[in-house]
Design a protein around this ligand. Structure first.
Ligand code: BGC
Ligand code: BGC
Length: 667
């Protein structure tokens, strides 16, 4: 393994330094007829029969098949190749479709119509209509485009949309009915702005919390991932086998990233998963089994490798296992230039990925040259016709099942253009419920919680009044950075929620991020709520070298200690995309709430921290950990380990009364 790794990195660095690179790449391509082993590597052996065998969902429909056959017989090579390429709206205009009949567009995390920073919702719908019209008006065989978007916690790219807790919080709810509802609302808000397809759910089983995408994972426990992912897919697409499937207000879902993205060595993003095949099946595959049973129509290949082989080149897992054994009848989309990382490939040329089984390449900026290369490779046989036709057939079949051939322009579809559905009160109420259900109470010494709303409350911590911070990555921007409260017209910060609750109870609130109360007209507070935690990040930028919070942010611990020393009861609300080592902060707090990345409905936090003015308690904590909480910094610990010695195990969480939180109690 090590040897293979070093060979590969030597090759990679050679790519930059060595002018002979083009020749080497050309030689690799020439030999890449049937793709399988990426250059210099033998693929890990796979025992196909050891994987679960599943029937296609939905079952094959002869009418659809005949329609697809008819289309296929009319399509030119260029039209077929076009279906296998996805471009980013940053680099393609509707008028390009006349010449490049692509099958799909996406907007990456930082792409939007006209690439302006904060684009009003109607612009998205207008652009969807323009692409629809371009595909309609093109001469030749009509095939509708499909637009994919990363709606991973609500329609999170659009100003005003409802932003739900990230998956790690939803895993803590253990409430599939709620997750399904979130899927329905997300789909509806997506159709408002005209997209057809979402790149969600992430079904990663994150096993090392140094990974910067841990928050996109429902759990380290495959069973929780499976249940949650199936529920989200049902909400997004509608229930497979019913007329509601991919009907009005629904969108096509994606299970990602196949396979083993959460299992990389050291939790390195896009890294190498060293798991045995047995562990791959037991830990990383169950989310896909559940997703396939729920009828998921697309699956995204992972950037990561399995035992040294890039997933985009892993023919055994993509084709033999997923499409063969597991009966997947939808299509595999590549990740953002993921094919570029396959040795021997560039972003505009990669027959290895196509031949390995990636049906549609996500080629945000390399699509023009990729189109030319693929047309050439089909004509010279580098990409066999059978493979081309199989891939196109899969893409067309998904479009047929989603009704895209009959659908009118995006703005004429149900819910489209109903912009007040974005962040509608009913949607926000569900998001607020999700916040309440996702909070995990780790400590409540002396029953400091719930607080009485009639008291003097200090709200401290630099995350207290920051909706962007509580929403995390994949929020308006790719990394979730650069967001101001004003960018969330329907959102509420945690502080604003507290102010509302305390105001209703006749108490007073003083906001001071640094925790100063000397200048407060109310003097010394009765209690302090301190909101601290991670700053937004996403893939590529979120990996950690240490999980010790006090090592990263000693100022937070100092703040807690200072308030504690002043004799003020301290309630810490910790925002994070993963469990982190916080023993010193736990010690310096009377109560400690793991709040994950709750999204726009900050009021859900106050719902649990305070009783009502009349002393009633309509809500209680019911969230329980879906990840093991570390006992020491940098501990890599997962449920099922022997010995299993976390600080708090999966399933841990307290109620206000101090008993273990019971799943299914009052939301
Ligand atoms: C991510 C995917 C995402 C895609 C499109 C990639 O970098 O890994 O999760 O769907 O970009 O934005
Ligand atoms: C895009 C993301 C993408 C990432 C990967 C970003 O510029 O906005 O969607 O996942 O690049 O490189």
């Amino acid at each position: 393994m090590e040897e293979r790794e070093s060979t590969r990195s030597a090759w990679r660095s050679g790519r930059r330094a060595d002018g002979k690179q083009a020749l080497i790449a050309a030689a690799a391509l020439a030999t890449a007829i049937c793709a399988a082993p990426a250059w210099g590597q033998s693929p890990p052996a796979v025992d196909v029969a050891a994987w679960p065998a599943l029937p296609p969902q939905p079952p094959t429909d002869p009418k659809h098949e005949a329609f697809v056959d008819g289309l296929l017989s009319k399509m030119s090579v260029e039209e077929k190749v076009g279906q296998l390429i996805q471009a980013d709206i940053a680099t393609i205009r509707p008028e390009d479709i006349a010449r490049y009949p692509l099958g799909s567009i996406l907007n990456g995390g930082d792409s939007s119509p006209d690439m302006a920073a904060r684009v009003p919702a109607p612009e998205w719908l207008k652009l969807a209509d323009a692409f629809y019209a371009a595909a309609r008006e093109r001469k030749g065989t009509y095939v509708p485009l499909m637009w994919g978007i990363d709606a991973v916690h609500g329609q999170n790219k659009i100003i005003g949309a409802t932003i739900f807790p990230h998956n790690i919080g939803l895993g803590a709810t253990r409430d599939p009915a709620l997750i399904e509802k979130i899927g329905e609302i997300t789909a509806q808000e997506v159709t408002v702005t005209g997209q057809d397809w979402v790149f969600a759910p992430t079904v990663a089983v994150a096993r090392d919390d140094h990974w910067g995408r841990t928050y996109e994972s429902y759990s380290e426990d495959p069973a929780i991932v499976a249940t949650s992912a199936a529920a989200l897919i049902k909400g997004l697409q509608g229930e497979v086998g019913t007329p509601d499937f991919l009907g009005a207000g629904h969108v096509i879902a994606t299970a990602k990233h196949f396979l083993g993205d959460g299992g990389t060595n050291g939790g390195k993003d896009q890294g190498d998963t060293l798991a045995s095949e047995v562990d791959l099946i037991a830990i990383h595959a169950p989310g896909y089994v559940a997703a396939l049973k729920a009828g998921v129509q697309t699956i995204m290949a992972s950037y990561s490798s399995w035992r040294g082989l890039k997933m985009h080149a892993d023919r055994a897992l993509l084709t033999d296992v997923l499409k063969g054994r597991m009966g997947f009848a939808g299509f595999i989309v590549g990740d953002w230039n993921g094919h570029e990382q396959v040795p021997g490939c560039t972003k505009s040329d990669c027959p290895i990925a196509t031949n390995a089984g990636v049906d549609m390449l996500m080629a945000p900026d390399g699509w023009r040259d990729l189109f030319a290369a693929m047309v050439r490779e089909v004509k010279d046989g580098t990409i066999p016709t059978a493979r081309l036709d199989d891939a196109v057939r899969r893409v067309l079949a998904v479009k047929v099942r989603a009704g895209l051939f009959e659908k009118p322009r995006p703005s004429a579809r149900p819910f489209a253009g109903k912009f007040d559905l974005l962040g509608a009160p009913e949607h926000r109420a569900v998001a607020r419920q999700a916040v309440r259900e996702s909070l995990v109470l780790l400590k409540n010494a002396g029953s400091v919680l719930p607080l009485k709303p009639g008291r003097r409350i200090l709200v401290a911590g630099d995350a207290a009044d920051d909706i962007g911070r509580q929403s995390g990555g994949w929020t308006l921007s790719w990394q979730g950075t650069g967001n101001l409260n004003g960018d969330f017209p329907h959102g509420q910060s945690i502080y604003a929620g507290i102010e509302e609750a305390v105001g209703a109870g006749g108490g007073t609130v003083h906001l001071s991020p640094k925790g100063e109360f000397q200048d407060s007209p109310d003097g010394k507070p009765d209690a302090a709520i301190v909101v601290i935690g991670e700053r937004p990040y996403a893939e590529m930028k979120g990996d950690l070298v240490t999980t010790s919070w006090s090592a990263m942010h000693p100022e937070d611990l100092a703040l807690l200690k200072r308030l504690n020393a002043a004799g003020i009861p301290v309630v810490t609300v910790f925002l994070s995309g993963r469990p982190l080592w916080v023993d010193p902060e736990l010690d310096a707090s009377d109560a400690f709430v793991a709040a994950w990345l709750p999204g726009t409905e900050g009021g859900g936090i106050a719902d649990l921290l305070f009783e009502k003015p009349d002393g009633s308690r309509p809500y209680d904590f019911r969230g329980t950990l879906s990840f093991s909480w570390p006992r020491v910094a940098d501990q890599v610990v997962n449920v099922g380990d022997v010995p299993y010695e976390p600080r708090f195990p999966v399933g841990y969480g307290l109620t206000l009364g101090g008993a273990p939180a019971a799943q299914g109690a009052t939301p």
